[in-house]
Design a protein around this ligand. Structure first.
Ligand code: IVH
Length: 676
């Protein structure tokens, strides 16, 4: 049996090892050991602490799980006030800001540091002798709330500072936020439990920090980026706080904190505008919400010289992005009919400027969503548009609800063809049962058929398809091949030349591939990748048409639902008829020659795809690799032969480098496909 002294020593070593891996995982985003190895070490520590509670210390990695339930939050007076930032909304205001700094600094040179403005909550962390002793919210800047218990559960915040040369007292300031992914997951959980969803990640983060039971906070995915320091008391000259903002950020990183990876030094107004534009363009890709960028004078002495006015420094400014959430009137709810008959309610809005564009429509998804949000016609509503995402109605503003408003119900008949609309099984959407009788479904089916990744009929736009169906020149996809230029020139905005080009494009599209043809038929849930797998597996249309669901499910990645959809599609007489007409009008594809699997160029190779691809989607790339004989795996191991790394590849790429595995970029992959 080891003595208590020996155990205590062992506990210290475990703290160090666990903190090291915690930092690699949560701060550097670069784990070194698999999760189960970490868990083993963690359990070792827990076991010792269970038998020897006297060995539990405040900075033990086991102490992040939450503890006693509080009655309320204590008030904390900030020894050094927590400031806010002045806002700018245009590049002219940034020019004025820089001009002002130039005047304040008497035309001495100065550097600016830019960083994203995180949309979370400002927090001040107090460390005494390296140990986290207090975490407080900003509050009104003078007084905040003591949320230490909850903040201790945030894994990327060190409970003890790393290294040795830290000040005796150190306040670290930054933004606590909830990453977008964690927010989506949390809201799914909330809804499944029948609880209210949070409106946005910022509210969710605020809700977590305000939990009196820190066990709840511990279960929620919060993170923190640090951006400045508050009170500092040094004991040793070596610990001197550095003289520039960027150096301070580096120092914070060395003590174990996460700092935004987007921090950048700038030297001109021009560069600041470029920075703003580039971050705004990437806003929707970033894993956390931001609402602008912040510019700060880098040099600390120069910051001091520029000084403050009221509660904001004159040496910093926030350049805010256009609002992503605005308020407007919901004028009406229209119901759109999709290709497969799904009815989607669409909000018609009083035009409103949001995130840089004017929005007049927003999706309402389905009846359940409308009920959950209790959105009614004539309500004032909050509309959100983030990045390239389709605008969405977030919620009604109840205080502004008109008196006689009534809850909204989706129609029980198709608004286009008046067929019955049904909700089948547990589907969220109701569907028009009119099938190809319904002009709306036919229009969508034709648009899909002509689209780029399907038959790729150049010049056959949505508006034209609608006109052709409305004037009954075409009825289904097979009629496209009987159009002539006399038909076409009678359409609006169609000249002789365009008509001629379109006829040529229709003719050209007849030469296709089996995969494209299958995809273009618009079978439910048969996307490009599935269509490609089906074509490669069966090689002929006849085999696909006559195979039963069980056989179809032998194709990689095809499950029972898709199997059933395929079987059902081909068993419908009208589909058979349309396909026959298409083939009769000359649609053809090259024969797929069966190769023995060991003759394929990538036969037996284990390949891992990582990072984001820009030319193909991942499923498509995967299907093509499988087609060439490869086995596509999800994780890198010594058995991996090749790693294909797209943009922003992370740990899998690192691992491949470590194991000396061949690495290829997206261009290399495309060249491989090209040559095969
Ligand atoms: S610096 C002395 N940097 O914005 C300036 N603040 O409007 C102190 N914020 O309360 C703040 N990202 O919550 C700074 N990179 C960043 C920030 C940031 C977000 C928040 C912070 C502050 C508010 C001021």
């Amino acid at each position: 049996m080891p003595s208590v002294a020996e155990l205590s020593q062992h506990v210290k070593v475990l703290h160090e090892i666990l903190n090291y891996h915690n930092h690699r995982y949560y701060v550097l985003d670069d784990p070194e050991i698999p999760d189960n190895e970490y868990d083993k070490l963690f359990r070792q520590l827990e076991d010792i602490e269970k038998d020897y509670p006297e060995l539990i210390t405040l900075d033990s990695p086991t102490q992040r799980v939450g503890g006693k339930v509080l009655d309320n939050f204590e008030q904390v007076t900030h020894q050094m006030p927590m400031l806010s930032l002045s806002n700018a909304f245009s590049s002219e205001e940034i020019e004025e800001f820089l001009q002002r700094i130039d005047d304040l600094l008497e035309h001495n040179e100065f550097a600016i540091v830019a960083e994203p403005k995180l949309d979370g909550l400002a927090i001040s962390l107090r460390y005494e002798n390296g140990l986290l002793v207090q975490a407080a919210t900003r509050g009104d800047g003078q007084t905040g709330e003591n949320v230490t218990q909850n903040v201790r559960t945030i894994q990327s915040i060190p409970l003890r500072l790393r290294g040795l040369n830290y000040p005796k007292i150190l306040e670290v300031r930054g933004e606590v936020f909830m990453p977008k992914k964690g927010f989506t997951k949390l809201n799914e959980l909330q809804i499944n439990k029948g609880d209210k969803a949070f409106a946005n990640p910022r509210n969710a983060a605020a809700g977590c920090l305000r939990q009196l039971d820190s066990k709840i906070a511990a279960s929620r995915p919060l993170d923190m980026f640090c951006y400045s320091i508050g009170v500092v008391e040094q004991t040793h000259p070596d610990e001197a706080i550095k003289d520039s903002h960027r150096q301070i950020l580096k120092q914070l990183q060395s003590w174990g904190f996460a700092v935004s990876p987007e921090v950048k030094r700038l030297s001109s107004w021009q560069e600041s505008i470029e920075y703003y534009d580039s971050i705004l363009a990437r806003r929707s890709e970033l894993p956390y919400e931001i609402d602008g960028v912040v510019y700060k004078v880098d040099n600390i002495a120069q910051q001091g010289k520029a000084g403050f006015i009221s509660r904001a420094p004159r040496w910093a400014i926030a350049h805010k992005f256009p609002a992503e959430e605005v308020m407007t009137r919901l004028l009406n709810i229209d119901v759109q009919v999709g290709r497969t008959g799904a009815l989607t309610p669409v909000a018609r809005l009083e035009p409103v400027f949001v995130a840089g564009v004017t929005v007049t429509n927003a999706t309402l998804h389905n009846q359940d969503e409308i009920d959950r949000k209790d959105v009614r016609i004539a309500d004032m509503v909050i509309v959100r548009r983030a990045g390239d995402v389709i605008p969405e109605v977030v919620k009604p503003v109840l205080s502004e609800r008109p008196e006689q408003s009534i809850p909204y119900s989706m129609p029980d008949h198709c608004p286009i063809c008046d067929s019955l609309a049904e909700r089948i099984n547990d589907e969220a959407k109701s569907r028009c049962t009119g099938g190809l009788y319904c002009p709306a479904q036919r229009k969508e089916a034709i648009k899909h058929f002509a689209s780029r990744k399907a038959m790729d009929i150049d010049g056959l736009g949505d508006k034209l398809v609608e006109q052709l169906v409305d004037t009954e020149l075409i009825h289904d996809i097979s009629d496209l091949f009987h159009l002539n230029d006399i038909h076409l020139v009678s359409m609006e905005r169609m000249g002789d030349k365009s008509a001629e080009n379109l006829i040529k494009a229709i003719e050209k599209s007849k030469k296709t591939t089996l995969a494209r043809f299958l995809y273009s038929l618009g079978i439910r849930e048969v996307g490009e990748a599935t269509a490609l797998s089906l074509a490669n597996y069966f090689k002929t249309l006849d085999l696909i048409k006559t195979s039963q669901s069980e056989v179809v499910q032998e194709v990689p990645d095809v499950g029972p639902v898709v199997g059933h959809n395929i079987e059902t599609f081909f068993s419908q007489p009208h589909n058979e008829e349309v396909i026959n007409k298409l083939i009769a009008s000359g649609i053809h594809w090259p024969e797929i020659i069966a190769k023995e699997s060991n003759e394929l160029p990538l036969a037996g190779k284990v390949i891992v795809l990582t990072g984001s691809l820009s030319l193909l989607n991942r499923n498509e790339a995967k299907a093509r690799l499988i087609e060439l004989g490869a086995k596509v795996s999800g994780s890198v191991s010594k058995k991996t032969d090749l790693v294909i790394a797209g943009e922003k590849a992370g740990s899998k790429l690192k691992k491949a480098e470590e194991f000396n595995i061949e690495i290829m970029d997206e261009a290399g992959m495309m060249a491989l496909f090209e040559s095969n």
